[in-house]
Write a protein that binds this ligand. Sequence first.
Ligand SMILES: [Zn+2]
Length: 313
Amino acid sequence: MVLRKILNADLNDYFSPIFLDQPNVQQIQLNIRSLLQLYYSTHDIHLNFEYLESLETIEVVIDALISNANKLSDDLAMLHSIALAYFSVVQGGGPFGSVITDDSGQFISAGSNHVTRLNDPTAHGEVHAIRNAIYQNQSLSGAILYTSCMTCPMCYGFAIDHNVSTIKYCSTANDAYNYAGFKDDHLWTMLDSLIRHDLFQPHLFRLTGPLTIVPVRLGDGQDLISLLQSICKTHGFEPLGLRFESDQPVALSLFSYMALRWANVSMPQLIYIQPFKAKIHFDHYEYFSFLASHVLSFYRLIPTDSVYGQQYK
Ligand SMILES: [Zn+2]
């Protein structure tokens, strides 16, 4: 009965500005459970929410979901990625989940947004899933990345670096903004105007900031991302006043450049993007959009300790 009501409802019934003034988190959560139950039941999978919602890490949820089948249809891989977005929110993380398979549907890895949990501005769901594959020495050449929401340019860069061939996404960037307040179109716009340039000299530069951040000079292969992660671990995923400084032109990978942007690091003019081939095929997978929108709204409406999302800037 409830299900029929949900499925026949106009989205605006749930997400109109009037509704958002009087949010009903419990109703949204009930809807998500009903929709997940319904979609999973078409794959003969019956979810035990009491158990799944009690799990404390996303890795255990992944194990529980994937234990049903290692070979995933398009539908099931996308459904898992949205389910992971939901269980991520339940665990206090961001509302984004990802699943990676090889080109025959064999499960490789999965992940969810861990930015606030790890204080790591690079730990988007897609990056988390790719890192989980790397930890297991899994090749991602030709892999398909399913993600509950359209990737940002940072995740796109990381996927390129690891030879992912296709990205299938459910929610659009507009959905992420309308339902959960996340905004990344400024980064895509910026990407269009960034000059791509190869530089042969070592990339010598510093990360500096106020208070206790010690200026660190990088070059000759030292890893910018590790350094950024270690600063953010102590100072938060958007450390206040962090600056990227260099006396000479620097070319960063798309992933590194956008990671600095997400961490709100101020950047000099003489910074280039290393050339990259835009060879990833994007595929908008709309079938579960209604469910995915509910998950984004759920995140927006639950009380949370840490504010995360670009709408607050
Ligand atoms: Zn991202």
